[in-house]
Design a protein around this ligand. Structure first.
Ligand SMILES: CC(C)(COP(=O)(O)OP(=O)(O)OC[C@H]1O[C@@H](n2cnc3c(N)ncnc32)[C@H](O)[C@@H]1OP(=O)(O)O)[C@@H](O)C(=O)NCCC(=O)NCCS
Length: 414
């Protein structure tokens, strides 16, 4: 039995944020019914296509373990079927532009009338306030949630990250909200609204940067590269590759960096392991030198320290650096490319990287469930074709017979 077995999800999500959430719920065993517009479907089916006329990797990698029904929820018959689906489901998830569901006639009040146990979960770009009606994509959320202003190098422009903290990050937040609401429903007997704004999700992930904003009022941020030679303004600055915690860290070049853009490693020169690090890079002299042998002494010379560390790492591959420094308790990590991650055997063995077979695209690599439950293991299944399960859902979930289904089809509802 799976953790969420018996939970049925009405999945009105599209693009990335909402699908991330419902894919996780499907991996935990929920029956996720993805509702898509007839003939069109989730726009990402056709976006960034690598093979003509085949569902894109964008779609296939975000919609595993779901069933697909096509339904025009703006037509009269489509609304009837949708109402019946609301009756039969536990959770409804959507991430349309603000007001889209209301315009279809399915306000939160109406949904509660149809099914008082329904948990209604939404992702929007912003919460209540001046921007609540705006449409939002990933990088807008990274910029408005504090990610961009705190990412990049001192003096350089605000920068967005490759990690999709706005879309996938908010989807993760929403999934947790839904799980909590399902738990509360056990005792309350009622559903509730679950709302996550992408701006809020990004800000939550940038929590430590708001911490630094307040520390700034009491003096310079000593772990930032701006200290002690640069200047601080009024707001948390961009910290480059500084570690952000109390221990100094930086990205340094490794052997092969001239031709390999990912021949780098992250090294944290934590105080407790400094002796081993200094000896390894050939700087025993630092150990007796009061200018170097205390964290406070080193603080004003971090740039120089990482230059010296780099002279050593440039003589080693990023994996050799890992092998040598880890036994010395020096935290470090190679900068891994997507190619290396896709080929990494341990990630394949743990199911974090999976190979999936798809009827029209063939084999492709995907990221499996990163959350491992000992009593609810995940088997990743391919994403559904558009409307693949329409008849099955109408008959199994709603009890419609062939004549009913044909009637709905003839008026374009499904
Ligand atoms: C992502 C986003 C910018 C995309 O905008 P978009 O492509 O213009 O799509 P919309 O959300 O406006 O929805 C398109 C329309 O399709 C309609 N639609 C969707 N599914 C339908 C169905 N099954 N049957 C009939 N109509 C349907 C919607 O009702 C909406 O119609 P309306 O504009 O008349 O109300 C927008 O949905 C958004 O801001 N979402 C919230 C934030 C978010 O999740 N962003 C990140 C996405 S990864």
């Amino acid at each position: 039995m799976k953790a969420l077995e018996g939970v049925r999800i009405l999945d009105m999500t599209h693009v990335q944020s909402g699908p991330t959430c419902t894919q996780l719920l499907a991996w935990f065993g929920a029956d996720v019914i993805k509702v898509e517009r007839p003939g069109v479907g989730d726009a990402t089916r056709g976006q960034l296509r690598d093979i003509p006329d085949v569902d894109s990797l964008y779609f296939t990698m975000l919609n595993h373990n779901k069933r697909s029904i096509t339904l025009n929820t703006k037509s009269v018959e489509g609304k009837n079927i949708f109402t019946r689906l609301i009756e039969e489901c536990d959770v409804m998830v959507e991430n349309f532009a603000p007001g889209a569901l209301d315009r279809m006639g399915f306000t939160w009040e109406r949904i509660q009338e149809i099914n008082p146990r329904m948990i209604y979960a939404s992702v929007k770009g912003f919460g209540p306030g001046p921007y609540e009606d705006c449409k939002v994509y990933e990088n807008v959320a990274q910029c408005t949630g504090g990610g961009a202003s705190t990412t990049g190098f001192d003096g350089g422009p605000p920068t967005v990250t490759g990690a999709q903290i706005g879309d996938s990050g908010t989807g993760l937040h929403l999934a947790l909200g839904i799980a909590a609401a399902l738990f509360q429903r056990v005792t309350s007997g009622r559903g509730q609204r679950v709302e996550c704004a992408m701006q809020d999700g990004v800000l939550n992930l940038c929590r430590v940067k708001l911490r630094d904003q307040q520390r700034l009022a009491h003096g310079p941020l000593t772990e930032y590269p701006q200290y002690p030679n640069g200047t601080f303004g009024e707001a948390t600055p961009r910290a480059g590759n500084a570690s952000g915690g109390g221990q100094p860290g930086w990205v340094v070049r490794c052997r092969g960096w001239e031709t390999d853009p990912d021949a780098y490693t992250y090294v944290i020169a934590q105080a407790a392991a400094f002796e081993g690090l200094a000896r390894t890079i050939g700087h025993e002299d630092w150990l007796d030198d009061p200018e170097w042998n205390t964290p406070k002494g080193r603080l004003s010379k971090l740039e120089k320290m990482f230059e010296e560390i780099e002279k050593w790492t440039m003589t080693k591959s990023k994996f050799e650096v890992m092998e040598i420094l880890n036994p010395l308790n020096v935290p470090c990590g190679p900068v891994l490319s997507m190619k290396e991650l896709a080929e990494e055997e341990s990630l394949r063995a743990s199911g974090t990287v999976v190979e999936i077979d798809h009827p029209t695209r063939g084999k492709y690599v995907s990221v499996g469930n990163p959350i491992k439950l000992s009593d609810s293991t995940t088997a990743v299944e391919r994403s559904p074709l558009l409307g693949e399960h329409t008849d099955q859902i109408l008959s199994e979930v709603l009890g419609m017979d062939n004549a009913d289904i044909e009637a709905a089809r003839s008026v374009g509802a499904v």
